[in-house]
Design a protein around this ligand. Structure first.
Ligand code: PGA
Length: 251
């Protein structure tokens, strides 16, 4: 399976800026041959329709950054997986550390969100990762395994259908990337955990996220268990994002 590069725009963008950014990325991809490398952008939900319209005829998939754990009803402000599906979202991020941290999302809630997404045909990108305090206390593996186990437990055999993203919280938006060795070490543990859960089934891709950029992408993507990247800051500049796609294509 080729690599997967996903842009996470977070709460950035405007109608005008999105159009320019996507035009530039589409133009850049036109002159490249994607060798099995998949590319996607996860955008603020209000822009999903704009992005759908603009990317329809492109090789780029799109998605949202969160989804409700509920099917429908009295959940003011929430957006359901079926709504995302109506706008042909291929992916949705679930359990991003900013949601866990600022919106108190528990492991169980993240698992319920992943389940809703899958039930509607949207691939959840399940984010896991330890804080700096947890890493320093030597608890990295315990934390990421616990976060992933909740999703494995809820999805059962359907776990083969997700994408996992390892994002150490201390590396997100800080410019402090995990070294390729640090990232690989965690990816290998997650791979083993997924292998046990997936039995003979297809293996989910495991992305790395956290200050991945044009300069460090190649060395991270060269690791045997790193199947792609979840890119925040560097996904907002077309030249940086395209450089990461190039690194993925060459890996
Ligand atoms: P960053 O964000 O690339 O800006 O560190 C990654 C993410 O939060 O998905």
């Amino acid at each position: 399976m080729g690599k997967l590069i996903v842009g996470n725009w977070k709460m950035n963008g405007s109608l005008a800026a999105n159009q320019v950014l996507l035009d530039e990325i589409c133009l850049g991809l036109q002159v490249r041959v994607l060798k099995g490398c998949d590319v996607a952008v996860c955008v603020p939900s209000v822009y999903v329709h704009q992005v759908q319209t603009q990317l329809k005829k492109s090789p780029i998939a799109w998605g949202a950054q969160d989804v409700s754990a509920h099917v429908s009803g009295a959940y003011t402000g929430e957006i359901s997986a079926t709504m995302l599906r109506e706008f042909e979202c291929r992916y949705v991020l679930v359990g991003h550390s900013e949601r866990r941290q600022y919106h108190q999302e528990s492991d169980a809630m993240v698992a319920a969100k992943a389940q809703q997404a899958l039930a509607s045909g949207v691939t959840p990108i399940v984010c896991v990762g330890e804080t700096l305090a947890e890493r320093e206390a030597g608890r990295t593996m315990e934390v990421v395994k616990r976060q992933l186990a909740a999703v494995v437990h809820t999805l059962g055999p359907c776990i083969t259908e997700v994408v996992v993203a390892y994002e150490p919280v201390w590396a997100i938006g800080t410019g402090r990337t995990a070294s390729p060795e640090q990232a690989q070490e965690v990816h290998a543990v997650l791979r083993t955990q997924l292998q046990a859960a997936c039995k003979e089934g297809r293996m989910p891709r495991i992305l790395y996220g956290g200050s991945m950029n044009a300069a460090n992408a190649a060395s991270l993507l060269a690791q045997p268990d790193i199947d792609g990247g979840l890119i925040g800051g560097a996904s907002l500049k077309s030249s940086d994002f395209l450089a990461i796609v190039d690194a993925a294509n060459a890996a």
